[in-house]
Write a new protein. Structure first.
Length: 572
């Protein structure tokens, strides 16, 4: 927990405010633009939910389980900038742990609120349900200290300090935070306190100047500079600054896998995805032969660098992070990305743009009407169907790899869990995105295996009248897992039961436009029809893959690399 200064009145009678802890909590969330809170009811959060039911301007959005509600809150936060989740103590909060850890890994700000057993029972160390039956009520709080940026146990005395502090830290760090409150304290009046809010941090001007001078020296010698955009550009709201910087520098721009959607892919200088040896060889050559790489918000992780096949020359790489800059071996702390981008822009280096027009893997639609569905056929059709302002959610696995190569129109919000990669994330995340932006078109691309983990949230979508278009790639199992395991063939554990995906809406008591397609012609027709139907109802398009092991080109390259590595290991 952070250290905070408390300034209070010496007269206890003037310290009592009429607002209850619960009302004050929801006031703070509402001020941040949160109009929905996700979660699942449980007896230790009844008082929170009763307060919320009577509260104007924020509504409770129920999920089918806490894990899914956490994923939904994650998707919502990626659209609106912040979200909130309410669970019950123990069983509920532990169920949500995976989603919260994912939000931490992915830099997603989320307020997790937990309703706990009554304060009196906790103080007497009674053996209460939803506990470990050892009288310890702090154990789950300790778990959350490891997967959130801030935790606090709320009381009427500290609510005015801890709630704003938690929200501020979530927004600054772009990480989840954790607040637990005893069920019987929610309706208690809060004690008025004033937190001394620390000043907003700013760049150290001398360090900024030194870093800028270092970049100036690199750019003066550079003839082939490149801009590389990654995930923290999105998370820390740097898209506009990066766009202005790219316009001024007129250099080629590539994005990394995690950072898909962080840069306008219709920009004349955009050349595509950089994925080391797994991605486009043209992009790889351009980036790796650059004599100055300016990388913004980069995360040097295994599956963001093609299993570390990405090779950037550190001596000519400017690594701009949200609050620091690293150039070659020199680190410049307390330099904010926005300031650094503007300072380098003022250096005035002007590149030569692109030598020729960039080409992208799915620019051409191939295949005749009766041709069976393969990656080479359906990804170009997906690219063609996307519209400005869409929300695109790609599930971990085959579709995550394939959709990374689809060229996005202007102002598309692209959601994927590149780092945490929890299979099943995308469906509840699409539910959260649909709640966050009811007037935007939401497109979910998920696999049959992934959907089976979290399919219940289609029920929630129907209940709250969300109308996404859901594409289910039925390739008969965990194809991504089959690609990753190069040691054995025909693994039983990568097979799954066969579901009737088009009947899910009916099973959940709702109405949907649902169709199964096997050929390019059928897919084309289904996409056209779904775009008409989506105004009135949810749409499910089940795509039967012609070959269960069919996959996009970057996955094939990954497989070849893994096979080569395994061969080398076995020869030692």
């Amino acid at each position: 927990m952070g250290t905070l200064t408390v300034v209070g009145s010496s007269n206890p009678q003037t310290e009592t405010a009429q607002k209850t802890l619960g009302q004050y909590l929801f006031d703070c969330l509402k001020l941040e633009g949160i109009t929905e809170i996700f979660g699942v009811a449980g007896d230790y959060n009844f008082t929170l939910l009763d307060t919320l039911e009577r509260y104007n301007g924020v509504r409770f959005i129920s999920g089918r389980n806490e894990l899914n509600s956490g994923y939904a809150a994650d998707g919502y936060a990626r659209i609106k900038g912040l979200s909130a989740l309410i669970t019950t103590f123990g069983v509920g909060e532990l169920s949500a742990c995976n989603a919260i850890a994912g939000a931490y890994s992915e830099h997603v700000p989320l307020i997790h609120i937990v309703g706990a057993p009554p304060d009196k029972d906790q103080k007497e160390h009674k053996l209460m349900h939803h506990t470990l039956m050892n009288g310890n009520f702090d154990v789950f709080h300790k778990v959350y200290e490891l997967i959130t940026a801030y935790t606090a146990v709320l009381t009427p005395e500290n609510a005015e300090i801890e709630i704003p502090a938690a929200i501020r830290i979530a927004k600054e760090k772009k990480k989840p935070v954790y607040l637990v409150v005893a069920d019987d304290l929610v309706t208690k009046p809060i004690i008025a306190r004033k937190e001394s809010i620390p000043p907003r941090p700013t760049s150290n001007l001398k360090t900024l100047q030194a870093a800028t001078e270092h970049v100036r020296q690199l750019l003066e010698r550079a003839h082939r500079p490149v801009i590389l955009v990654d995930v923290k550009t999105m998370r820390f709201g740097l898209e506009k600054a990066v766009r202005q910087f790219a316009d001024a520098m007129n250099a080629p721009v590539a994005t990394m896998m995690f950072g898909k959607g962080a840069f306008d892919e219709t920009h004349p200088n955009y050349i595509g995805m950089y994925g080391g040896s797994f991605g486009s060889s043209e992009v790889q050559t351009t980036v790796e032969n650059a004599d100055c790489v300016i990388a913004v918000g980069m995360v040097w992780a295994d599956n963001n660098t093609g299993n570390f096949t990405a090779k950037l020359n550190p001596l000519v790489t400017v690594d701009i992070q949200p609050e620091m800059v690293k150039i070659a071996e020199a680190e410049y702390p307390n330099v904010f990305a926005v300031d650094m981008l503007l300072a380098v822009q003022k250096v005035g280096h002007k590149g030569h743009g692109l030598a020729g027009k960039a080409t992208f893997p799915y620019d051409q639609i191939t295949g005749s009407t009766d041709e069976p569905l393969t990656a080479a056929i359906y990804y170009p059709r997906f690219q063609q169907m996307l519209k400005e302002g869409d929300i695109v959610i790609a599930e971990t696995g085959t579709l995550y790899n394939g959709m990374a190569q689809v060229k996005l129109p202007l102002n598309v919000t692209y959601i994927a869990q590149g780092g945490w990669e929890s299979i099943g994330y995308a469906t509840p995340s699409a539910y959260g995105a649909s709640i966050a932006a009811p007037n935007r078109r939401v497109l979910l691309f998920t696999g049959d295996g992934s959907l089976q983990l979290t399919a219940q949230e289609i029920s929630s979508m129907l209940y709250y009248e969300c109308k996404p278009i859901i594409f289910v790639l039925n390739n008969d199992g965990y194809t991504i897992e089959k690609y990753l395991n190069v040691k054995t063939e025909d693994q039983q554990y990568n097979k799954i039961p066969r579901w009737s995906y088009t009947k899910l809406a009916e099973a959940f008591g709702g109405d949907a436009f649902a169709v199964t397609v096997r050929t390019y012609g059928e897919l084309d027709q289904a996409i056209t029809q779904a775009d008409k139907e989506r105004a009135g109802r949810l749409c499910i398009i089940e795509m039967i893959a012609a070959d269960p092991m069919d996959a996009p080109e970057n996955m094939r390259r990954m497989r070849n690399y893994l096979e080569m590595q395994e061969k080398q290991r076995s020869q030692k």
